[in-house]
Design a protein around this ligand. Structure first.
Ligand SMILES: [Zn+2]
Length: 126
């Protein structure tokens, strides 16, 4: 969006017709996304965007951030796994002992869940 605005300014300053039309298309896409009712799909797209952004930032950190020496410990906060954005849907269970809410990934079948608060173990279907 900011890129689009920047391009818009450039195109008006330099009277660059092609850039102006690119901006127009970008704006239409932006508004389409804003008014889209398909929130799930938009969220997925946002995940992909954040993933790509995180990767770019990672590359920059690795290239220029060697002085900090914390590149090994750093991990981007996106849902990427081997380049693929997996479904970030979770199922929430309550621990039968302490009622602590526990979030587990969906579609794993029957799994043993260990409560982080009290250490109680129980088996649930996801
Ligand atoms: Zn518990």
């Amino acid at each position: 969006m900011y890129f689009t605005l920047l391009l818009m300014i450039f195109s008006t300053v330099f009277r660059w017709q092609i850039a102006f039309y690119i901006c127009l298309v970008c704006f239409v896409l932006c508004y389409f996304r804003i008014f889209s009712k398909n929130i799930y799909k938009r969220g997925y797209e946002n995940d992909k965007f954040l993933c790509a952004k995180g990767k770019i930032l990672d590359a920059f950190r690795r290239a220029f951030g060697k002085k900090n020496n914390n590149s090994d410990g750093y991990r981007s906060h996106c849902n990427c796994y081997k380049g693929k954005v997996y479904d970030a849907e979770y199922k929430v269970f309550k621990c039968p002992e302490c009622k602590q809410k526990l979030r587990v990934p969906r579609g794993k079948g029957r799994i043993q869940i260990t409560c982080k608060r009290c250490g109680n173990e129980f088996i649930k279907k996801t």
